[in-house]
Each structure stands twice: as structure tokens, then as C-alpha cells.
Ligand binder design. Structure first.
Ligand SMILES: Nc1ncnc2c1ncn2[C@@H]1O[C@H](COP(=O)(O)OP(=O)(O)OP(=O)(O)O)[C@@H](O)[C@H]1O
Ligand SMILES: [Mg+2]
Length: 267
């Protein structure tokens, strides 16, 4: 089991985000957690990576890979993570190549005691090539555009040997080409056996090989099922409280507003 959450209550500041929340995600089952702004998606990711903890209670637990207690670094080395927080917290003086190499240790930048084999350098080069960022490998992270930073963090997650990738809005800030390259990479990774846990409010970020869609709304599981069951016009309209039509073309899903411009103008 990748994630086993039973009956947890979680506060962020004074806000109670989860109240008696439960969710299980099987290992090997690539899943998307989809929901509107403020639903609790990023909070869920932080619980998984041990950045946040639920209120202590005897009848609740949170287990990741079957364990309730983790050394944070051991846990993070098993999870390739991409999130806004990571982008925000990443050292701006780190060189591009080092950002990618840090993925082998799940560290922020690389450190003198860390060593890298030729194979690891080759892998880093290959991933940078596939994401079109080789030219920027000597540039400092702080001197890159938002989308370029994101591509480096994507490369950092992709080089790691972790079998599970945790992505929180991975394509935010990426241009068209980079978004589609990301989708291609993700599909290839899933087919090579990696499990992806994707958290997003962007339907177009969902790769075709995702097996389960958990809809999260107001800190509760609103609906849960296969992409075929969940990614329908009706369910997405209910989830986002806005009437939309779903169009799927060559495996990529997009949504369009159902109502005309006159309705949108009145919002
Ligand atoms: N640091 C914080 N202090 C207080 N409340 C917070 C904090 N971070 C998040 N919240 C609140 O917790 C709730 C869940 O936030 P969360 O970031 O998990 O939402 P989300 O589903 O990731 O939304 P988004 O799609 O906007 O990223 C929201 O009501 C938010 O206002
Ligand atoms: Mg979020």
C-alpha cells in the first residue's frame, strides 16, 4: 500500500483542512487527486512527504509504504517530488546540472560528500536533453525563468530511482512544448513501472495511463473511480461547480465551458 490514511484530522494554522479523512492508495496504482483550489490536495501531499502531521488520535493513522514512522530523508528518497514549495525553497545559487544531480539524493543542491557515477552523469544529461534544458545546465537556478526552473525540477524528479513520483501541479509555468514533453515522459515512466501520484486542478495534466481518479472537494473524497467513470462532463461540472464539457483527443483531456460568452461575462 502506497498510502493508508484512516480517520485523520489536519489543521493548517486555524483552518481545519481534513476532519475524519480516510484514503487508501494501492502501490503500483498511478492515481490523480483532482479538485478545485483549496480542496486540500497540497495538504495531502505534505502529509505523504511528512512535511505535515495530523492531530494525534488513537483511532487514526497515516502510513506510507506500510510504515507510520519514517526518517524524513529516507522517505523523500523514495519519492520524486515536484511542487511549488520545492521550487520556492530551492537554492537560487544552485547550478542547473546540480539541481538535476540532487535528484539522486533528494537533496537541495549537491554537497561535497555526495559522489556521482558516470552512469548518473549520463542519466542527468539524457533527461536534460529530453526536456530541452542542456543549454542551461551551467546557469544558476535563481537566474532561470519560472518554466525553466520547473523543467529542472522535473528533470531532478525523473533521474531519481524512486519508484513513486509525487507531482503537485507539475506543468504550472510550462509552455506548450514542455507540457507535452512532460506528458510523454510521464507515460513512458508509468509504462516502465513507476507509480505516479499526481495532484492537480488542471485536467490536461492527467496522462492517459492514470488508473484511478480521486476527486477531492472541501477536504472530502467527493468521487473516486476510474478515469472513464470520473472524467465526464457531469462529474467535472459537479466537482468544480461550473458547467463544462469534456473533450478527449489522442489521450489528452481538455474541458470547455458549456455556457456561452454571455454567461461567462456575468460571472
Ligand atoms: N499555511 C496555511 N495556513 C493556513 N491555512 C492554509 C495554509 N495553507 C493552506 N491553507 C488552507 O488549507 C486549505 C487547503 O489548502 P491546500 O493548499 O491543500 O489546497 P489545494 O487543494 O492544494 O489548492 P490549490 O489548487 O489552490 O493548490 C485551504 O482552505 C487553504 O486556505
Ligand atoms: Mg495546491
Amino acid at each position: 500500500m502506497l498510502l493508508d490514511i484512516r480517520n485523520i484530522t489536519v489543521y493548517r494554522g486555524a483552518v481545519k483542512v481534513f476532519d475524519g479523512f480516510s484514503l487508501q492508495i494501492e502501490a503500483g496504482c498511478s492515481t490523480v487527486i483532482l479538485g478545485p483550489n483549496g480542496a486540500g490536495k497540497s495538504t495531502l501531499m505534505k502529509l505523504l512527504s511528512n512535511e505535515l502531521h495530523p492531530v494525534f488520535s488513537l483511532d487514526s493513522h497515516i502510513r506510507v509504504f506500510g510504515r507510520a514512522r519514517w526518517n524524513v530523508w529516507d522517505l523523500r528518497s523514495q519519492l520524486g517530488i515536484i511542487s511549488w514549495d520545492l521550487q520556492h525553497d530551492y537554492l537560487s545559487c544552485a547550478m542547473g546540472l546540480n539541481v538535476v544531480l540532487s535528484g539522486f539524493y533528494s537533496s537541495i543542491d549537491i554537497w561535497r560528500n555526495q559522489t556521482f557515477s558516470d552512469t548518473e552523469y549520463c542519466k542527468a544529461e539524457k533527461v536534460m536533453e529530453s526536456l530541452g534544458i542542456c543549454d542551461l545546465k551551467d546557469r544558476e537556478f535563481g537566474f532561470m525563468s519560472t518554466g525553466e526552473q520547473r523543467r529542472f525540477l522535473l528533470a531532478r524528479a525523473l533521474v531519481s530511482d524512486s519508484g513513486t513520483l509525487l507531482f503537485d501541479e507539475p506543468t504550472s509555468g510550462l509552455d506548450l512544448k514542455a507540457t507535452f514533453l512532460y506528458l510523454e515522459q510521464l507515460v513512458a515512466l508509468m509504462r516502465s513501472g513507476k507509480t505516479v501520484l499526481l495532484v492537480t486542478h488542471h485536467v490536461h495534466e492527467i496522462p492517459p495511463d492514470i488508473r484511478r481518479v480521486v476527486m477531492l472537494k472541501d477536504g472530502k473524497v467527493f468521487q473516486d473511480g476510474t478515469p472513464e467513470e470520473m472524467l465526464t462532463s457531469e462529474k467535472l461540472s459537479q466537482l468544480f461547480d461550473y458547467p463544462v464539457d469534456v473533450v478527449s483527443l489522442r489521450g489528452v483531456i481538455h474541458v470547455f465551458p458549456q455556457t456561452g460568452a454571455e454567461h461567462r461575462g456575468s460571472l
